[in-house]
Design a protein around this ligand. Structure first.
Ligand code: CMP
Length: 139
């Protein structure tokens, strides 16, 4: 069924002027951008968004990275949007990502891995609501 997922184009990608290139790969994979904004995440936003990872050893570095430059937060719509987006993103670690995926093509490291995507429908709904009001999403 057509549904929605949440995506972030991360600071390593915006820094290299890859917003359009990454978005093109999402669109070519059958996803439609139904909301998009470029923001500088605050520390509070990054800590809140990644709260599930707060006991992980990489948490402080991750928050520093995600607040190091602009990001583009997006709502994506399509058939099986969560899975479709995860497939085009590729594995978290670009060394393990398949050819033709966003992370294989563009990621610099496991941290600076160019994109975030929701891992379930439930998390997609939570993550979309973290950054967007319903009226900001135009399907
Ligand atoms: P993301 O899908 O946004 O979810 C958590 C992020 O933490 C991940 O992508 C990476 O950017 C970052 N990260 C850094 N180190 C690790 C690690 N060892 N394992 C998983 N994620 C990591």
């Amino acid at each position: 069924a057509a549904n929605r997922t949440f995506s972030i184009i991360k600071p390593d990608a915006t820094r290299r002027n890859l917003t359009g290139a990454v978005t093109k790969m999402l669109e070519d994979a059958g996803l439609r951008v139904v909301a998009s904004k470029r923001i500088k995440m605050t520390r509070e936003q990054a800590e809140g968004f990644y709260a599930v990872h707060k006991e992980r050893p990489f948490f402080d570095d991750l928050v520093a990275f995600m607040t190091s430059g602009p990001v583009v937060v997006q709502v994506l719509e399509g058939e099986d949007a969560v899975k479709r987006n995860r497939d085009i993103m590729g594995a978290t670690n670009p060394e393990n990502a398949e050819e033709g995926t966003i992370r294989k093509t563009y990621a610099e490291s496991i941290e600076a891995n160019s994109v975030h995507g929701s891992d379930s429908d439930e998390n997609a709904a939570t993550e979309i609501a973290f950054f967007f009001k319903p009226e900001e999403i135009v399907g």
